[in-house]
Write a protein that binds this ligand. Structure first.
Ligand code: C2E
Ligand code: CA
Ligand code: CA
Ligand code: CA
Length: 274
């Protein structure tokens, strides 16, 4: 159950040369990362707290650069968003995650659901519904096995967001609001969206036992989810105490290092195959 060390990873961080030069080099490398096969996905289990049952996995992209080593998504996702590369990358992530689900199914591991992050930029070209539809058909994954994670900014900022969100819902895929509570969203607006899940951001879970505000926010999100008939999952759960707190307050779904770090597909298979 315990993760081996830090998963063997050391993420590259900048500041060896000037920021500007660094950024340009990184951009150029990033653009070629897919053709060079440097991207891969890790998968982090989502579990039911009371039973420990696997209810899903979240796909998280990793970039392994030959010189830099592993570059953190916290660094390259914003870069990919700024340069527009995110549409290509996002499409690759989606396709790879769906292919992996089908592979697990073939290997006898019925992962109930896969969650994939969508950037707000992926909604701007107006093709997101067609893209998801095409990938589902090409891979043969049942739509209900896919859950798309979007932030509040997608719900609130994109002009045609409502249309796209409804379109995705009509395909039969699930929708979750990621990092919930860290952005702005109007509850009235939220109520009109065909969303099934709220993800409590790690920042609220982290200090839940030291910070009364974080505790209050976490409880409020759980209550909100209940009253709107949404399922609520907490991310960044690292301790037994945090899990117990969540369960006590009516949240039975969690994801975090306490259960597992994001892992390679075979590790997931080894650990969860019945
Ligand atoms: P996120 O969507 O909020 O994903 C959760 C992040 O928290 C992941 O970081 C995960 O490894 C980390 N995490 C999970 N459990 C714990 C825990 O118990 N403790 C701590 N300290 N951290 C935990 P990661 O993989 O570095 O990804 C960072 C962010 O990059 C993600 O945040 C997401 O916004 C973005 N990202 C990652 N993969 C993709 C992708 O394929 N597409 C897009 N658009 N964004 C992605
Ligand atoms: Ca996420
Ligand atoms: Ca996020
Ligand atoms: Ca988060």
């Amino acid at each position: 159950a315990k993760a081996r060390g830090r998963n063997g990873y050391r993420f590259y961080s900048p500041s060896m040369t000037g920021e500007g030069v660094e950024r340009l080099r990184l951009e150029a490398w990033l653009r070629r990362s897919l053709e060079k096969d440097e991207m891969f996905l890790n998968y982090q289990p989502q579990v039911e707290i009371d039973t420990g049952r696997l209810v899903g996995v979240e796909a998280l992209v990793r970039w392994n650069h030959p010189e830099l080593g592993l570059v953190s998504p916290a660094r390259f996702i914003p870069l990919a968003e700024d340069t527009g590369f995110i549409s290509q990358l996002g499409e690759w992530v989606l396709a790879e995650a769906c292919r992996q689900m089908v592979r697990w199914q073939a290997a006898g591991l019925a992962v109930p659901k896969i969650a994939v992050n969508l950037s707000v930029r992926q909604f701007e070209r107006g093709t997101i519904v067609a893209t998801v539809d095409r990938i589902l058909r090409a891979t043969g994954l049942e739509p209900r096995r896919l859950q798309l994670e979007v932030t509040e900014s997608v719900i609130m900022n994109t002009g045609d967001a409502r249309t796209y969100i409804n379109g995705l819902h009509d395909l039969g895929v699930g929708l979750a609001i990621d990092d919930f509570g860290t952005g702005y969203s109007s509850l009235a607006y939220l109520k009109q969206m065909p969303v099934q899940t709220l993800k409590i951001d790690r920042s609220f879970i982290q200090d839940i036992h030291q910070d009364a505000n974080d505790e209050a926010i976490a409880i409020a999100i759980i209550q909100l989810g209940k009253s709107m008939n949404l399922s609520v999952i907490a991310e960044g759960v690292e301790t037994d105490e945090q899990a117990a707190f969540l369960l006590r307050h009516g949240c039975n779904l969690a994801q975090g290092y306490f259960y597992s770090r994001p892992v390679m597909p075979d590790d997931l298979l080894r650990r969860w195959l019945p």
